[in-house]
Design a protein around this ligand. Structure first.
Ligand code: PEP
Ligand code: MG
Length: 886
């Protein structure tokens, strides 16, 4: 069985479409080799071997090692060097590479093959003794840490001590002799920590490294990363063993990372960073702040771009950029090394990008003729659109804050959005506070993969070190978190739990604000404004609208929400919850009067006061929605939700109603229910207190008539909640039609209106053919429908549903993604039955699922005609609807 794939010398056994088998890195190294790009030779051990390795109890499957040795021979031939050779040794890197990129989560070892003998050969063959010993000390450090489990800091302590002893400021100031001594101390450390000598046999080193890389598939941070990013557990990682090329051979060498387009804005410009005389990991680890790739990228005259420093390599890179983009038809994230002026490509992959960049790049690629509109639409993850709709800083407030001296630092704008939160300095604390509902900003020197859970919990991330491609930047961008990196002026003091900038001290728990679009850090909280949508976004959305069948409305209870929804492209209101209009502070006393009324007379008096208020609400909404349908739902929640609760509220209500407090309390008690969600709510209110619904219908239609007189086109739909029986519906439809006739007679105006029902009780779905006799449309209230189908409280399930998901009893939270098997089947049934009575009848979804891409895909399949999410999810729904169609 083939377990090892070779690439080198312009030919590879693998290709880009073998990611599942070779991992992303291995597949793309093979592809780049076949494209004729300068890739050092190497081999990839497949992900299948990784799986077998675990099945065998962490042992190599039979025959693997022989195939590795065969591959190593080919690498030796191609490089003209021998592994373990005392005169001209071949060194290799050993790297993980999963089918899906997991940046920094798993292990990498560089410079493998060095020992007390080969280090001398390396010094001789390169004529660079310092370089050889620096490579050896790096190797012992990395191998010692990753493979032998010795803490990184112990090595750092030795290195720092040596620097102090000889008065060296930076690592590069250490001489070959100094480094020999560091190597000696490193080896002593290894002996002390592990009780064994540092392994000298290169093949033993190789075996141990392969094992370590496989094992790292199951380290805690990798597991956490897979959990957060929903990467299957059974993928496994490949292992890439690649001939080393050196970016740390002196000033004609270097290493860098680049994006073929700007990953933050999406602009079609080459964008990246490099470090002279450094090895790859130095850039990603964020230890030194790198220099820009291009002249255009420079932000200060002291910087030296690669374009200036290595003009020939830059020209070559430009060609590589072009070849890769044309070939992959997407923005690429590349890693390269320059060894003595010669360019080597070490990696390419689809670059992570902000939502804004994703949209711009997709639209640009269509215009450049590289991909189709459909392809562009499929490339955008609808949930990422949230990022585009992220708030920005209010400009006035920003200016004021700057005048007040509250702009305390500036870093690199790694991921957009403006957020405020309390400062914390470690990931665990970030999680703890976030769980208590606090907004936190995680502040670190630099982040490492161990911080992943804290980054997830935080609103934003701020680091003192690192560049745009450092760990923090890459991970935050992927998560859609606001992030600023490399704010070099701040000093983070973990011991004192504070950070300092000049003489400003910010302690743990103080609030700061980050603007991830500009890199500005402010002391205190700043006001933000909602995001605005770019030209490319509009364009992409237009394409989505051309393609999709499913209509998208918006759930809106106020003119403001309605306006926001319309701006985002909603094609009507799918649900206007009238109770939200009752909750306004100045109305609550009147609402209480209505509820606590003992006689119909009393109730009517209160309702007369409410009528003009409701009418004005509807007028405002109709005005905004001019020409579009507005689906208004009559009162739904259990009445006791409006009742006074505190003693003070009881007193006030009693006073306002001119009744003794005792009387009020008694009436309130009478309205108490054991199971309010299954009690006197929804249309049952209309049956019990018809005058309430009469008032609401009158308000809706009087408003509609008045708007029509003023030249506004109104298309009201009146919807009954929680219907469970056709006679219930029949009764209430009669009420609505009667009030409508009265209003039309009184006003002398007629407005076309429809009466529909929500389908949110399972029984309603099962008798949908009977309901359709009276209901002109159905709107699936999937929140209640899920609650009642599962018998699972939508308000309390959160407490235990996690366990169900963990045990995989449930695939996901059914209140988030529609349960296709159960609730979904009810929806399908209802649509089918409804159509039997009323062919082509209108159906929509107004529960939370209407804004969830996965659910939208299902709704499209079963023939729902529109979805109606909250305003900010309207664009997500438009895109998801288009994707569901494609
Ligand atoms: C529903 O139940 O899905 C619904 C939209 O109504 P509400 O959330 O107001 O109960
Ligand atoms: Mg409901």
């Amino acid at each position: 069985k083939k377990m090892v794939y070779y690439f080198g010398g312009g030919k590879a056994e693998g290709s880009a479409d073998m990611k599942l088998l070779l991992g992303g890195k291995g597949a793309n190294l093979a592809e780049m080799t076949n494209l004729g790009l300068p890739v050092p030779p190497g081999i990839t051990i497949t992900t299948e071997v990784c799986k077998e390795y675990f099945e065998l109890g962490q042992k190599f499957p039979e025959g693997m090692w022989e195939q590795v040795l065969e591959g190593m021979k080919k690498i030796e031939e191609e490089m003209g060097k021998k592994f373990g050779d005392k005169r001209n040794p071949l060194l290799v890197s050993v790297r993980s590479g999963a089918p899906v990129s997991m940046p920094g989560m798993m292990d990498t070892i560089l410079n493998l093959g060095l020992n007390d003998e080969t280090v001398k050969g390396l010094a001789e063959s390169t004529g660079n003794e310092r370089f050889a010993w620096d490579s050896y000390r790096r190797f012992i450090q990395m191998f010692g840490n990753v493979v032998m489990g010795i803490p990184h800091e112990k090595f750092e302590e030795i290195l720092e001590a040596k620097k102090r002893e000889v008065g060296a400021k930076a690592d590069v100031d250490l001489t070959a002799e100094d480094l020999k001594d560091v190597v000696k101390r490193y080896k002593e450390l290894v002996k002390k920590e592990t009780g064994r000598e540092f392994p000298q046999d290169p093949y033993e080193q190789l075996k141990m490294a392969i094992k370590a890389v496989f094992d790292s598939w199951n380290n805690p941070r990798a597991i956490k990363y897979r959990e957060i990013n929903k990467i299957p557990e059974d993928y496994g990682t490949a292992v890439n063993i690649v001939a080393m090329v050196f970016g740390n051979m002196g000033d004609t060498s270097g290493t860098g990372v680049a994006f073929t387009r700007n990953p933050s804005t999406g602009e079609n410009v080459f964008y990246g960073e490099y470090l002279k005389n450094a090895q790859g990991e130095d850039v990603v680890a964020g230890i030194r702040t790198p220099q820009p790739l291009t002249k255009a990228q420079k932000t200060s005259p002291e910087q030296v771009s690669l374009e200036e420093e290595f003009p020939e390599v830059y020209q070559q890179l430009l060609k590589v950029r072009d070849i890769l983009e044309k070939h992959y038809k997407d923005m690429q994230d590349i890693e390269f090394t320059i060894e003595n002026g010669r360019l080597w490509m070490l990696q390419t992959r689809a670059g992570k990008r902000t939502a804004r960049a994703a949209v711009k790049i997709a639209v640009d690629l269509v215009k450049e003729g590289l991909i189709s509109k459909e392809e562009a639409l499929l490339r955008i993850d609808p949930t990422l659109i949230n990022q585009l709709l992220h708030p920005m800083l209010d400009e006035e407030e920003r200016k004021r804050a700057i005048e007040e001296g509250r702009l305390i630092a500036r870093g690199l704008p790694a991921a957009p959005g403006a957020v405020s939160g309390k400062v914390v300095f470690n990931a665990d604390e970030a999680v703890e506070l976030a769980e208590k509902g606090e907004k936190v900003i995680l502040v670190r020197h630099e982040t490492s993969p161990e911080d992943i859970h804290g980054m997830h919990a935080a609103e934003g991330i701020l680091t003192a070190r690192g560049g745009m491609t450092s760990h923090a930047a890459v991970v935050a961008r992927g998560m859609g978190k606001t992030c600023i990196v490399g704010a070099e002026s701040i000093y983070v003091d973990y011991d004192k739990e504070e950070f300092r900038v000049g003489d400003v001290v910010v302690k743990k728990g103080e609030v700061i604000t980050l603007d991830g679009s500009t890199g500005e850090v402010f002391h205190g909280e700043l006001k933000t404004i909602p995001a605005q949508i770019s030209g490319e976004f509009e364009e992409l959305m237009k394409w989505a609208d051309e393609i999709r069948d499913l209509k998208v409305r918006v759930n809106a209870d106020t003119p403001e929400d309605a306006k926001q929804g319309r701006e985002f492209g909603a094609e009507g209101i799918g649900l206007c919850r009238t109770e939200h209009m009752f909750f306004k502070e100045e109305r609550i006393p009147v609402v209480r009067e209505m509820i606590l009324a003992k006689t119909e007379e009393e109730r009517k008096r209160a309702l007369e006061k409410l009528l003009p208020m409701q009418k004005n609400d509807f007028i405002a909404i109709f005005e905004v929605m001019n020409g579009l349908p507005v689906n208004i739902r009559l009162l739904d929640p259990p009445l006791h939700e409006f009742l006074p609760k505190t003693e003070e509220e009881f007193q006030r209500t009693a006073q306002e109603m001119g009744l003794p407090v005792e009387e009020i309390k008694k009436r309130a008690e009478e309205l108490e229910e054991v199971n309010p969600m299954l009690g006197l709510r929804g249309s049952r209110l209309g049956i019990t207190f018809p005058e309430i619904y009469e008032m609401q219908v009158r308000a809706i239609l009087e408003a509609a008539c008045e708007c029509k007189k003023n030249g506004i086109e109104v298309l009201p739909e009146i919807m009954l909640p929680l219907i469970a029986d056709d006679r219930e519906l029949k009764e209430l439809k009669k009420l609505i039609d009667r009030v409508a006739a009265e209003v039309f007679l009184e006003t002398g105006v007629e407005v076309p209106y429809q009466v529909g029902t929500m389908v949110e009780v399972p029984r309603a779905a099962l008798i949908a053919d009977q309901l359709a006799r009276y209901a002109e449309y159905f709107s699936f209230g999937t929140n209640d429908l899920t609650q009642m189908t599962f018998g699972l409280s939508r308000d309390d399930a959160g407490k235990f549903i996690g366990k169900y998901i963990e045990l995989e009893i449930l695939k996901g939270d059914p209140f988030m993604h529609i349960d296709e098997n159960g609730v979904g089947r009810l929806i399908e049934t209802a649509i089918e039955l409804g159509n039997r009575t009323r062919p082509g009848m209108k159906t929509g979804v107004c529960g939370e699922h209407g804004g969830d891409p996965r659910s939208i895909n299902f709704f499209q399949k079963v023939g729902v005609q529109y979805v109606s999410p909250s305003p900010f999810r309207v664009p997500i729904a438009r895109l998801a609807a288009a994707q569901a169609k494609i």
